[in-house]
Design a protein around this ligand. Structure first.
Ligand code: 9MJ
Length: 684
C-alpha cells in the first residue's frame, strides 16, 4: 500500500516497530502517553500493511504480532523452575509488629530493618519468561509448582513488552507479577457485556481471570488487561541487583511496568505509615488492591531468612479489612423498583463490612432466596464491594436456629396494596399497580427519568423526588417542568440556591435527543442501546408511538418481547398523554425521517454508495456511532459489525481495535471522520 513512498521498506518497518514500542512503553509503563491514540493506530496500520505486503519483515516481537492464531484446545501445564510462592497475611498492627520482630531476630539485626513496600494487587500472579530478551513463555501461578501456559493470551497485553528494552539481555529472566484490570476498563467491559446480552463479571479480578483463561486469544486481545511486575524467578546471564527496590527499578529501566506506589521504609513504624497512606487513597487508585506488601529490602537478607512451608519469611501481605462479614438476618422484607419488580431484602443486624455499617442486603429475587436458602434467623455472609449494593453471599448452615423461618412473597404490594403477580416465565414478581397507583414505582420512574444517561437533570436526587411525590407536588415526569421556585424552595433541606440550580437544570434538560427521551420514559426492556436504535430507525417520536409490531421488529436488536413491551407502553393512554405533556412543557429534540425512510429516498437517487458496506470502529471525534451510521445509511450504504472481504470502507476513530488491523490485512479503504464526511458529500 505504502511502499512506493519509502524506498527502504525494511528500515521503515523497523522504525515503525520501534516507534510503536516506544509509545506503548510511554503509555503503559511510564503512564505518560506520548501521542494521541489515533496517531498510534495510524502507525500501527501502516506497519500492518507493510508486513502484509512483505511477510518476511514480520518479527515475533512486532506489535502487530500480539494476537496469534486459532483457539487452543486447552492450556498446557508449565512447571515453574523456581516455585511461585504465596505470601503470609497480617491483618492488624500487632501482626505487622510481630513480623518486624521475627525479621530482626532472624537477621540478628541491631537497628531497624529496611523494607520495600508495595501494593497487593487483586489479580492473577503470572511468570513471564524472557530468553535473550524475548518473551518466550507466560504461565499462571497454578499451585505454585505447576501453572498453565497462557503465552498466547499474555502476548496480547500491550503493557507487557515482547522484547526487553536493553542492549545485553540476560539469557534467561523470569519476571513475576500480577495481571489485573483497571476499574474503568472493568466498567467499560461490563457495559459492553450488558449491551451484548452477555454475562457481566462480578469484579475486576474475575474479569481479569476470565479474560486470561480464554482459549481464544482474540477474545483476550479485546480485554484491557494490565500487568505490574514485583518479583523474579530464574535469572541467568546477568547479576542480580542487591535490593528488592533496585530490582524493581531495574525492571522499570528494561521496560517492564512497575507500579509507582512503592517506597523504602524503615522498621514497623514505616510499614504502618505506608499502610495508612495507601488505605486513605485506596478508593482513588485506578485498580483494586486488597492490601499492601512488605518485603525485606536487601536480597541477601531475604536469602538468609528463607521460607516457612510455601511462604517467604522475608515478606508479608498486610490486608485491608475484609469486604465480607458475618451477621444475623433479622427479617426479610421487600423493595419495589421502578418497573414494579419486587426485590427481597435481608434486614440485618448492623455489621461493619470494610469499614461501613451494613443493615440491608439484596437477595435479588424469590428464586435466589430459595437457591441460597436464606431464612429469617440465619447467620449469613454479607459482601460489600466498592459502590455496589451489599449482598448476601451465603448462609452458614451450622448456625441455623431451629425456629428459622422461610421467606414468603407477600400477596400485595407493601407500598400501594395492589396485587403482586409473578408471570410464569419470569424470575421477578411485580406489583401490578403501575406507576400511577404505586408511589414506589412513581419515584423509581422519576429517578430514572432524571438520571444522567436519560434527561440528565442534575440536583434532582432521591430525597427531593421522595418529598415531591409524598407531598403530592408532582405525579408525573411532566409535572417536573411545571415546578416553580416557591414549591421547590419550601422543601426540606432546600436552599434558594439549590432550588434555582434545579430549575436551571430542568430548563437545560428540555433540549435533548430522541434517544435520551425514549430511554427516559422507562419502557420495560428498552435500555439505552435499544432507545438509540429506535431513534435511529424511526427518527420521530410519533413514528415510534404508532409503530406496529412488524415495524418494531425491523429495528436492529428488537425481538418479540421488546417489541411487545414498547407497543404495550404506547397503547396506554396515560403514557401517550405523558409524552404530549412533556412536549407541551417544552421538551424537544431534533427529528428526522428515520433511516428506513432515508434509505428509500437514497434508492431513488441511485447513490454511488448504494449497497456498499461500511464498518465503524473506535470513537469518532465528533459523530456518535449512530449519527455516522445514520448518515451512511441515508446515503444508501449499509453498516455491518465485522470486517470481511465484502467491506467497502472501514471508518476508524480513536481506540479502533482488531477491525482496523483486519481492514489493513484485507487492503480495505480506511476513512477517518473527515474522510467519511468528504465521501458522503461527494455523492450528494
Ligand atoms: C501482589 N499480589 O501484589 C507478591 N504481590 O511476592 C506483590 N504478590 C508476592 N508481591 C512474593 N506485590 C510472592 C508474592
Amino acid at each position: 500500500m505504502q511502499d512506493e513512498l519509502f524506498a527502504d521498506v525494511p528500515a521503515r518497518a523497523a522504525w515503525l516497530r520501534a516507534e510503536l514500542n516506544r509509545h506503548a512503553h510511554a503509555y503503559y509503563v511510564l503512564d505518560n502517553p506520548s501521542i494521541p491514540d489515533a496517531e498510534y493506530d495510524r502507525l500501527f496500520l501502516e506497519l500492518s500493511a507493510l508486513e502484509q505486503q512483505h511477510p518476511e519483515l514480520r518479527s515475533p516481537d512486532s506489535p502487530t504480532q500480539r494476537v496469534g492464531g486459532a483457539p487452543l484446545p486447552q492450556f498446557e501445564a508449565v512447571r515453574h523452575s523456581v516455585p511461585m510462592l504465596s505470601l503470609g497475611n497480617g491483618f492488624d498492627d500487632d501482626d505487622v509488629v510481630a513480623f518486624d520482630r521475627r525479621v530482626r531476630e532472624g537477621l540478628r539485626a541491631d537497628g531497624e530493618v529496611d523494607y520495600a513496600t508495595e501494593l497487593k494487587f487483586d489479580g492473577l500472579a503470572i511468570n513471564l519468561r524472557y530468553e535473550n530478551g524475548i518473551l518466550v513463555e507466560a504461565a499462571t501461578r497454578g499451585d505454585g509448582a505447576t501453572g498453565e501456559n497462557v503465552t498466547a493470551n499474555i502476548r496480547t497485553i500491550r503493557a507487557i513488552p515482547l522484547r526487553l528494552r536493553m542492549e545485553n539481555p540476560p539469557t534467561v529472566l523470569d519476571v513475576r507479577g500480577e495481571v489485573l484490570m483497571f476499574k474503568a476498563d472493568f466498567d467499560r467491559l461490563n457495559t459492553r457485556q450488558r449491551d451484548a446480552g452477555q454475562k457481566e463479571f462480578a469484579n475486576p479480578r474475575n474479569a481479569a481471570a476470565g479474560s486470561l483463561r480464554q482459549l481464544d486469544s482474540r477474545i483476550t486481545s479485546q480485554r484491557a488487561l494490565r500487568f505490574y511486575a514485583y518479583g523474579i524467578g530464574v535469572l541467568e546471564g546477568a547479576a542480580l541487583p542487591d535490593s528488592h527496590a533496585a530490582l524493581l527499578d531495574w525492571f522499570d529501566a528494561i521496560g517492564m511496568p512497575v507500579c509507582k506506589e512503592r517506597s523504602i521504609v524503615s522498621g514497623a513504624e514505616g510499614l504502618l505509615a505506608f499502610y495508612r497512606d495507601i488505605g486513605a487513597r485506596r478508593a482513588a487508585l485506578p485498580y483494586e488492591i486488597d492490601g499492601v506488601v512488605y518485603k525485606v529490602n536487601r536480597l541477601a537478607d531475604q536469602q538468609r531468612l528463607g521460607f516457612v512451608s510455601r511462604a517467604p519469611r522475608f515478606a508479608i501481605a498486610h490486608k485491608f479489612p475484609a469486604q465480607e462479614a458475618l451477621t444475623l438476618v433479622q427479617d426479610i422484607g421487600v423493595q419495589v423498583g421502578r418497573t414494579g419488580a419486587i426485590t427481597p431484602v435481608a434486614r440485618l443486624a448492623p455489621v461493619s463490612v470494610g469499614g461501613v455499617t451494613v443493615t440491608n442486603a439484596t437477595l435479588h429475587n424469590e428464586d435466589e432466596v430459595r437457591r441460597k436458602d436464606v431464612r429469617i434467623g440465619d447467620t449469613v455472609i454479607v459482601r460489600r464491594a466498592g459502590d455496589v449494593i451489599p449482598e448476601v453471599v451465603a448462609v452458614v448452615p451450622e448456625r441455623r436456629p431451629a425456629d428459622a423461618r422461610e421467606f414468603l412473597m407477600p400477596a400485595v404490594c407493601p407500598v400501594c396494596g395492589s396485587a403482586i403477580i409473578r408471570a410464569e416465565d419470569e424470575a421477578v414478581a411485580r406489583c401490578s399497580g403501575g406507576w400511577t397507583k404505586c408511589a414506589a414505582q412513581k419515584k423509581g420512574g422519576l429517578l430514572h427519568f432524571v438520571s444522567r444517561r436519560a434527561m440528565d437533570i442534575e440536583g434532582l436526587g432521591e430525597q427531593l423526588v421522595e418529598q415531591l411525590v409524598d407531598r403530592h407536588v408532582i405525579a408525573t415526569a411532566a409535572d417536573l417542568y411545571k415546578l416553580g421556585f416557591a414549591s421547590l424552595a419550601e422543601l426540606e433541606r432546600m436552599a434558594d440556591k439549590s432550588a434555582r440550580n434545579v430549575l436551571n437544570a430542568l430548563e437545560k434538560s428540555k433540549s435533548t435527543t430522541l434517544a435520551r427521551f425514549i430511554y427516559a420514559l422507562g419502557i420495560r426492556h428498552v435500555g439505552e442501546a435499544t432507545a438509540k436504535e429506535l431513534a435511529r430507525h424511526f427518527g420521530r417520536m410519533d413514528s415510534v408511538m404508532d409503530a406496529t409490531l412488524e415495524q418494531l421488529l425491523e429495528v436492529a436488536d428488537v425481538g418479540p418481547v421488546v417489541a411487545a413491551s414498547i407497543q404495550q407502553f404506547f397503547v396506554d393512554p396515560l403514557n401517550r398523554e405523558l409524552v404530549e405533556q412533556l412536549r407541551a412543557g417544552g421538551v424537544h429534540w431534533a427529528e428526522h425521517e428515520g433511516i428506513a425512510a432515508a434509505a428509500t429516498d437514497a434508492d431513488k437517487v441511485g447513490s454511488a454508495l448504494q449497497g456498499k458496506t461500511f464498518v465503524l470502529t473506535g470513537t469518532l471525534p465528533n459523530l456518535t456511532r449512530d449519527a455516522a451510521a445514520a448518515m451512511i445509511e441515508a446515503a444508501g450504504g449499509k453498516v455491518a459489525g465485522s470486517v470481511s472481504k465484502k467491506t467497502a470502507y472501514v471508518v476508524a476513530g480513536e481506540e479502533a481495535g482488531s477491525k482496523l488491523v483486519k481492514a489493513a490485512e484485507l487492503g480495505i479503504a480506511i476513512l477517518d471522520e473527515t474522510g467519511l464526511i468528504e465521501l458522503l458529500k461527494g455523492i450528494s
